[in-house]
Design a protein around this ligand. Structure first.
Ligand SMILES: [Zn+2]
Ligand SMILES: [Zn+2]
Length: 177
């Protein structure tokens, strides 16, 4: 009994969850978290692996904090951990949380496109059937359909998929075009 108590105290002392804030959407924060994750993982128990083989769900043995492990494709596909809200495993398996690395890449590429594209609405209607928006000057389609065609060609990332959670929000990452 004494021993069990002692182990609990030790486990609690080992928990460093509170040292890790939600990941800021910068390349450095993602790189930093990749480096820190091996140590952080030591106090976590893996409770689920998604069938896609990439995402894992963990819970901290000491404080009960939930964490998702994903791979940062643009950072050499290295694994990293980020804190997520508590969730039933079955629910999580249906739809894992969105990943900060995906959010960062999407937001950055979108920002670049809008900045460099300098899009101005033209006076023609978008050529896509059923679309009533104006096409952009120099393009035959509206901006949403331009992005969609870049996505189809693999030249623009798909909208981040997964379950949104704070502090990230769909509207904060995916602009209304
Ligand atoms: Zn913890
Ligand atoms: Zn259109």
């Amino acid at each position: 009994m004494q021993l069990v108590k002692l182990n609990r105290v030790r486990a609690h002392r080992m928990c460093t969850c509170s040292n890790y804030d939600p990941i800021e959407l910068t390349r450095d924060s993602i790189s930093g978290r990749i480096k820190a994750s091996r140590q952080l993982k030591k106090s976590l128990d893996e409770i689920a692996t998604h069938s896609d083989g990439e995402h894992k769900l963990y819970v901290c043995r000491a404080c009960g904090q939930f964490w998702q492990g994903s791979r940062a494709w643009n950072w050499g596909n290295d694994p990293y951990l980020f804190r997520v809200p508590e969730i039933e495993v079955a629910e999580w398996l249906k739809n894992v949380y969105v990943q900060p690395d995906d959010l960062l890449i999407y937001a950055a590429v979108m920002h670049d496109l809008l900045e460099k594209g300098n899009f101005v609405s033209g006076d023609q209607t978008c050529r896509l059937e059923g679309c009533t928006r104006n096409s952009m000057q120099g393009l035959v389609t509206c901006l949403p359909h331009h992005v969609a065609s870049l996505q189809r060609m693999g030249r623009f990332p798909l909208e981040p998929s997964g379950r949104w959670f704070k502090p990230y929000s769909h509207d904060g990452i995916v602009p209304k075009l």
